[in-house]
Write a protein that binds this ligand. Structure first.
Ligand code: GLN
Length: 381
């Protein structure tokens, strides 16, 4: 047979898989891939277990278990004032990544242009390319990674179909501010541009800041797919359950693809999460829970030679190290794992051109003892 023509010739294995594998291989503390090293609430496990024991073991409805969609509708209205119809505007997905892929597939035709901001979470560009779309990226720079909206305006053409936003942001831990929303609103007004808003870290926001969900702003909400994640909300990334919110006419197209991609998502976990969410403290308590970890880790990093970048949200803390070495971040992260026993993510992995600002990303969704042990090792660098 002739060699297969790759659909993604430039794409290798994700940096998360690569760094987690390296951490395991060399026995490093894994602060690379974002996931907790503590267990989720045993009560949640019990609820899922109960759902299994009471016979919820067959296919869920294609769009998700209604009890869970109703809880999501309640939460979204309460937090952001937006009304989503659980029947037609909310779909449960196999995690945020599937929701993102599905939304991009539903909207992007060949040659459509999509604006993304780099560093960008690594699944956006491949999904756009697979649909024949064109990635138009705007590179943001440390320390603040603010979006220059006048530059965004320059990227817009009559083929611009979508803008992908992500707040709180992975990997930079920045957030969208009210002013960004105003600029974005002015930019898309009267334009046929959709928004894909990756809000998987919506509840991980600190210092009393407000999460600028697209759901808060009717003009933006009506053109948006909003993606969220129970992996983050429930400290259970391995369950791979998230959801997508969109107005009915957009959700109808989303579901046409969702039904053939996964059909439906794990049933007992949906019942368990639906019951769990009845206690609002489960998500309202997350900022305090993670802020304590953020502050503890930042205090620790201050004892090292690494320099902290701001962290307003997400469970990531980025640092610069150019005063320590001029090695590229990709090389330095490998040496850090092998020689010092700490695995981190090099931020260049989130730039199409591999732009290196000498920035590393650490995940602080870890037990205090893990963070302390990590700092003890980072002090030696
Ligand atoms: N979102 C997590 C991170 O940024 C991991 C996602 C993944 O491994 N696909 O580390």
């Amino acid at each position: 047979m002739r060699p297969l023509t790759s659909k993604l010739p430039q794409t290798g294995t994700t940096i998360f898989t690569t760094m987690s594998a390296l951490a395991a291989e060399v026995g490093a503390i894994n602060l690379s891939q974002g996931f907790p090293d503590y267990d989720c609430d045993p009560y949640l496990v019990e609820l899922v277990n109960n759902a299994m024991k009471s016979g919820h073991n067959q296919y869920a409805p294609m769009a998700g278990v209604m009890a869970l969609r109703e809880q999501i509708a309640y939460k979204t209205e309460k937090l952001y004032g937006a009304i989503y119809n659980p029947d037609t505007e909310i779909t449960i997905t196999a995690g945020g990544t599937q929701a993102i892929f599905t939304a991009i597939s539903a909207i992007i035709h060949p040659n459509d242009e999509v604006i993304i901001f780099e560093p960008a979470f690594d699944c956006y560009a491949p999904a756009i390319k697979l649909m024949g779309g064109v990635v138009k990226s705007l590179e943001l720079e440390p320390p603040n990674y603010r979006i220059a909206w006048d530059m965004v305006k320059k990227l817009i053409t009559n083929r611009t179909k979508m803008i992908i936003l992500n707040s709180p942001h992975n990997p930079t831990a920045t957030i969208l501010h009210q002013q960004d929303i105003e600029e974005l609103s002015a930019l898309v007004k009267d334009q046929d541009i959709y928004i894909l808003s990756d809000e998987v870290y919506e509840h991980l926001i600190y210092d009393g800041k407000t999460h600028q969900s697209m759901a808060r702003y009717p003009e933006l909400q009506q053109r948006s797919f909003i993606v969220a994640s129970f992996g983050k909300l429930c400290h259970a990334t391995g369950w791979k359950i998230g959801y997508c919110l969109a107005p009915a006419h957009l959700m109808q197209e989303f579901r046409k693809i969702h039904q053939f991609l996964v059909f439906s998502v794990n049933t007992p976990a949906q019942y368990g999460i639906a019951e769990y969410l009845k206690n609002e403290q489960v998500y309202l308590g997350l900022p305090e829970f993670f802020q304590q970890k953020r502050d503890h880790f930042r205090n620790g990093i201050e004892q090292t030679r690494f320099k902290l970048l701001p962290c307003y949200g997400s469970y990531f803390q980025s640092v610069t190290y150019n005063h320590i070495t001029d090695e590229r971040d990709a090389d330095f992260s490998i040496r850090l794992a092998k020689e010092f026993g700490i695995a981190a993510i090099p931020t260049s992995a989130f730039y199409n051109k591999g732009t290196n600002h000498h920035v590393l990303r650490f995940c602080f969704a870890k037990r205090q003892e893990t963070l302390d042990k990590a700092v003890d090792r980072l002090i030696n660098v």
